[in-house]
Design a protein around this ligand. Structure first.
Ligand code: MRU
Length: 367
């Protein structure tokens, strides 16, 4: 995507050909800064502390983290140590496990002298493939937006609600939930996006709004509690969200609060779509509510807010009563029955075991 007139991906190799550069997402939207990752430990830290975040980008960063580890020591023991370190960073996004399993498959059995080059090549391939998958998701989702636009009076925008950030910042480029929106906007279809602020870390207000604004897509930030009201008043034509892990039966884990949006959408007859690349499907799981691990993050994310003061200084501000305890589950699970469709790189599947298996017989079969 273009930022300040330059095309960026969210992760790339430095000029020296081995350092890994990422955009520091903890500094957005106020400062656009990059960070260079030079070791597996730094890659793990960037994932854990959310310098990078979003399921596909977490996977891509971990893959490069393996390459960084092997530069220092290409032995089997070092490979296993790096896989364990990176695999323990965040528990919910299955793209992390997927990318690390792919790295292990590619590297195990290779002579040590070939491992570093192979690791960089595989991490690069994961990134390039993610861009292609997200663009394909965009094309399929564009069809849905086009259909809704055709039913509206000419010139009226399609109002789309999204939660968290599932745009290009969450992937390598394009995004999942936002890819169809970018393509619709670029195709001249009027769209308007309701951006859930997405407490506690405000990925919507900070990142999605930043992305949409940079691309010129009309949008408005709303508090997390506003979506239901807007739906009751006919101001939402569809919801599109991303996901961190979707089960083989179509249950969807995504940022905390997604489930409540799905309930409100169901009650108001608003289509609720989830956009995802196939590496986000966990073919080993059936029951999302019981089986998907939900990350618990620090209480401080709830009691404090990151923002910019009027004098331009950025920092954390306490919003909760001093001394109050907080509880911070980072994701929730939306049952398949509340999902209108899963927008994937191969097309739109009903959120069911049959629906997913029909689109991905090759992947579903392996389980
Ligand atoms: O905690 P985060 O910011 O990593 O959570 C991100 C999300 O919940 C996204 O919606 C999800 O990863 C899909 S990204 C294409």
């Amino acid at each position: 995507m273009k930022i300040h007139g330059r095309h960026y991906r969210t992760i790339w190799l430095d000029e020296d050909g081995w350092g890994v550069v990422v955009i520091d997402q903890t500094r957005l939207p106020f400062h656009f800064e990059t960070v260079r990752l030079a070791t597996a430990e730094e890659a793990a830290h960037a994932i854990r502390h959310m310098t990078v975040r979003g399921a596909p980008l977490i996977g891509a960063t971990a893959a490069y983290g393996v390459a960084l580890a092997l530069r220092v020591d290409a032995s089997d023991a070092a490979l296993e140590q790096a896989l364990a370190l990176l695999g323990a960073t965040r528990p919910t996004a299955v793209n992390l496990n997927w990318a690390l399993a792919r790295m292990r498959r590619r590297l195990t059995g290779l002579p040590q002298a070939e491992r570093v080059a192979a690791a960089y090549a595989e991490a690069g391939a994961i990134c390039d493939e993610d861009v292609a998958l997200c663009h394909a998701i965009g094309e399929h989702g564009l069809g849905v937006i086009r259909e809704i636009a055709a039913r509206k009076p000419a010139g009226e925008p399609v109002n789309i609600l999204t939660h968290c950030n599932a745009g290009w910042l969450a992937t390598v480029d394009w995004g999942t939930a936002l890819a169809p929106i970018y393509l619709a906007h670029d195709a001249g279809i009027p769209v308007h996006v309701w951006v859930d602020e997405t407490r506690p870390r405000n990925q919507g207000a900070a990142l999605t709004a930043y992305e949409l604004g940079s691309h010129g897509v009309p949008h408005a930030v709303i508090v997390d509690n506003a979506g239901g009201h807007l739906m009751q008043h006919g101001q939402v034509d569809m919801v599109i969200v991303g996901t961190d892990r979707t089960t083989a039966s179509g249950d969807v884990a995504n940022k905390i609060g997604t489930y409540l949006k799905a309930l409100a959408a169901k009650d108001n007859g608003v289509p609720f779509y989830v956009a995802l690349p196939s590496p986000t499907i966990d073919w080993t799981l059936q029951d999302g509510l019981r089986e998907i691990p939900i990350e618990e993050r620090s209480q401080r994310e709830v009691t404090h807010l990151f923002g910019q003061a009027e004098d331009g200084r950025t920092g954390f501000f306490q919003v909760a009563a001093p001394g109050s305890a907080a509880c911070n589950p980072a994701f929730d699970v939306t049952p398949a029955r509340l999902v209108t469709g899963l927008i994937t790189e191969r097309g739109i599947a009903p959120a069911s075991a049959e629906g997913l298996a029909r689109l991905f017989p090759d992947l579903a079969q392996g389980q």
